[in-house]
Design a protein around this ligand. Structure first.
Ligand SMILES: *[C@@H]1O[C@H](CO)[C@@H](O)[C@H](O)[C@H]1NC(C)=O
Ligand SMILES: *[C@@H]1O[C@H](CO)[C@@H](O)[C@H](O)[C@H]1NC(C)=O
Ligand SMILES: *[C@@H]1O[C@H](CO)[C@@H](O)[C@H](O)[C@H]1NC(C)=O
Length: 489
C-alpha cells in the first residue's frame, strides 16, 4: 500500500481506510489531510519546564549543589556557548512572571520539576531546606489561585551533587532509599495540593557504555516511590503517579523489508520499552535480555551488562503507573546493523538510524520535523501497552532565537504535531488526556546552552530583568488551546 499518490481531494472516510491500512503496513511517510475537529471535553493543555533549565539561584537560600551545577562549572566548559544555569530565566525570583505567562496562554496545567537539592541540599533527608520548600509552596499556591493545576516532576536530571560524590550516583542502588525519602517529603509537604506526580523524566543522553545500571536503579526508585504513594498517601490525597519516558518514533527505513520492520520494533523496545516494559509488565523486553546477555557473554563477562529484576522487584514494578507521560519530538529511520562500537546500549541494539534529509530541521541537530511519526508513535504506544492513560508531557521545536518574534516554523510545528495528536485521539482511539508544550519560555537547553530556544516566549538572557517577549507561536498555540483543537476558519 503506497500512500505517495494520496491527494487532498480524497474524502475523509477513504483516507481513514488508507491510514488504517498504512498502520498495518507501516509505510505512511507523508501527511494525511489536516483534520478540523476538537479534542474531547475535559482535554487539558499546558506547558512544561524543568528546574535546572529555568530557576537559577543555584546557590541561594540554602540550595545544595546539583550535578548540573558541578558539570557546567567545569574549568573547560562542556556547554556549547560556555553558559550555565546559574541564573537561567531566574524563575526562582520571577515565578509570578511565569504564572502570568501561563495565565495569558489560557492553560489548565503547568508541568514543572522540583530541584531535589533545593529541598534536600545533600540529597538525604537529614537536612531539609525550609526556604526551598517555601519556594515551591509559593509557586504551587499561586498556580492554584489562578486555576492552574500543578503537575510535578520529581527528578529532571539535577541529582544532588552529594549523592554523586558520596555514592557514585545512579549506578549505586543506595540511591533507591534516598529517592524514596525524597518522594515521601514531597508527598508530605505538597501532596495536599499536588495531585499529579511524575517520578522521573527519563531520557538517555549520549552513548554511555554502561547506562543499564543507572536505569536499573531509576526503575527501582520509581517503583518504590509509586508504591509508597499507593500505600500511605493515595487514599487521602487522591492523586496519581506516573513516569515520563522520552522516545523518538522508529520508522522502518524500508517498510517493505521485514528485517527493517523488525529492527524498528527492536529500537523502540530498546529506547521506550527499556523503561516502560518493567513498569507495565514487570521486566525488561525479552529482545534486550537476549541481545545484551549474548553480547556480554561474547565479551567474556561473568554476568550480563543488563541487570536482572528478581520476582520481588518484578512484582513491585509491574503496574506501577497511573498514567504514562509521553515526551516526543522526532522520528528516526531504522535498519538492521551488526553489533558495533564499544559494549553498550547503542551497539547492543544491532540497528542503524538516520534522518531523512528532506525533513525540516530545527536549531537542534537531533530534532527534525516529522509530524506523521507522532501519530504512528502514539498508535505504537496504544498497541504495545494496551492503551494506557497518557499525557503528552513534552513536545516542541527549537530555533536560534535571532528573531525574537517571528517563529513561523514553530507555529507550523505545533499545528502539524498537535493535529496528529488529534487524529490519534479522534480517529485511532488513543487514550490521551492532555498535551504539554515544551516550553513556556526560552531556557537553558542543557549542553546546547542558550543557543537552542524552545520557548513560545523569547527571553533576553543579557538582561538582568530577564524580559520576555511573546513569539508569534504563542498566539497560534493559545488559539489551539482556546478552541480545544482546530476550528475551520
Ligand atoms: C554505594 O554506596 C555505598 C555506601 O556508601 C558504598 O559502600 C558502595 O561502595 C557504593 N557502591 C558503589 C558501586 O559505588
Ligand atoms: C565478575 O567480574 C567482576 C569484574 O569484572 C568481579 O568484580 C566480580 O566479582 C565477578 N563476579 C563473579 C560472581 O565472579
Ligand atoms: C517570518 O519569517 C519567515 C521566514 O522564516 C518569512 O517567510 C516570513 O515572511 C516572516 N514573517 C514576518 C511577518 O516577517
Amino acid at each position: 500500500m503506497k500512500t505517495s499518490t494520496m491527494t487532498s481531494t480524497r474524502v475523509l472516510t477513504f483516507s481513514l481506510i488508507v491510514s488504517l491500512l498504512t498502520f498495518c503496513h507501516g509505510d505512511l511517510q507523508q501527511e494525511d489531510e489536516f483534520l478540523y475537529d476538537t479534542f474531547p471535553e475535559g482535554f487539558r493543555w499546558g506547558f512544561a519546564t524543568a528546574a535546572y533549565q529555568i530557576e537559577g539561584a543555584w546557590n541561594i537560600d540554602g540550595k545544595g549543589e546539583s550535578i548540573w551545577d558541578r558539570f557546567t562549572h567545569r574549568l573547560v566548559s562542556p556547554i556549547i556557548d560556555g553558559s550555565n544555569g546559574d541564573i537561567a530565566c531566574d524563575s526562582y525570583h520571577k515565578y509570578p512572571r511565569d504564572v502570568e505567562l501561563l495565565k495569558s496562554m489560557g492553560v489548565q496545567f503547568y508541568r514543572f520539576s522540583i530541584s531535589w537539592s533545593r529541598v534536600l541540599p545533600r540529597g538525604t533527608n537529614d537536612l531539609v531546606n525550609e526556604v526551598g520548600i517555601s519556594y515551591y509552596n509559593n509557586l504551587i499556591n499561586l498556580l492554584i489561585s489562578n486555576n492552574i493545576i500543578p503537575m510535578v516532576t520529581m527528578y529532571h536530571w539535577d541529582l544532588p551533587q552529594n549523592l554523586q560524590s558520596q555514592f557514585g550516583g545512579w549506578p549505586n542502588e543506595t540511591l533507591i532509599e534516598h529517592f524514596e525519602n525524597y518522594a515521601r517529603l514531597l508527598y508530605e509537604r505538597f501532596g495536599d495540593r499536588v495531585k499529579h506526580w511524575m517520578t522521573f523524566n527519563v531520557r538517555i543522553l549520549g552513548e554511555a557504555t554502561e547506562p543499564y545500571k543507572c536505569a536499573h536503579t531509576i526503575l527501582k526508585s520509581h517503583a518504590k516511590a509509586y508504591r509508597l504513594y499507593e500505600r500511605e498517601f493515595k487514599e487521602w490525597q487522591n492523586g496519581e503517579v506516573g513516569i515520563v519516558i522520552d522516545s523518538e518514533f522508529m520508522q522502518p527505513d524500508n517498510p517493505d523489508d521485514p528485517t527493517h520492520v523488525e529492527a524498528a520494533e527492536r529500537a523502540l523496545r530498546f529506547k521506550h520499552g527499556w523503561f516502560a516494559f518493567p513498569v507495565f509488565f514487570g521486566d525488561y523486553p525479552s529482545v534486550m535480555r537476549e541481545l545484551v546477555d549474548a553480547r556480554s557473554e561474547a565479551e567474556g563477562r561473568n554476568a550480563s551488562r543488563l541487570p536482572t529484576l528478581d520476582e520481588e522487584w518484578q512484582t513491585m514494578l509491574r503496574g506501577s503507573f497511573d498514567f504514562l507521560g509521553v515526551n516526543h519530538y522526532t522520528t528516526e529511520l531504522v535498519r538492521p546493523a551488526a553489533a558495533q562500537g564499544l559494549p553498550g546500549w547503542s551497539g547492543d541494539q544491532q540497528v542503524s538510524k538516520r534522518k531523512d534529509p528532506s525533513w525540516e530541521g530545527s536549531a537542534s541537530a537531533w530534532l527534525k520535523k516529522v509530524p506523521w511519526g507522532f501519530r504512528k508513535y502514539l498508535n505504537w504506544l496504544k498497541n504495545t501497552y494496551d492503551n494506557p492513560v497518557m499525557y503528552i508531557t513534552e513536545n516542541g521545536w527549537s530555533d536560534d532565537g535571532r528573531d525574537p518574534t517571528n517563529d513561523t516554523s514553530r507555529s507550523l510545528f505545533y499545528r502539524d504535531y498537535i493535529n496528529n495528536v488529534l487524529k490519534a485521539v479522534k480517529l485511532d482511539g488513543v487514550n490521551i488526556k492532555g498535551y504539554t508544550a515544551w516550553s513556556l519560555m526560552d531556557n537553558f537547553e542543557w549542553a546546547n546552552g542558550f543557543t537552542d530556544r524552545f520557548g513560545v516566549h523569547w527571553v533576553d538572557f543579557t538582561d538582568p530583568e530577564r524580559q520576555v517577549i511573546p513569539k508569534d507561536s504563542s498566539v497560534v498555540l493559545k488559539k489551539i488551546f482556546e478552541d480545544n483543537g482546530f476550528v475551520e476558519e
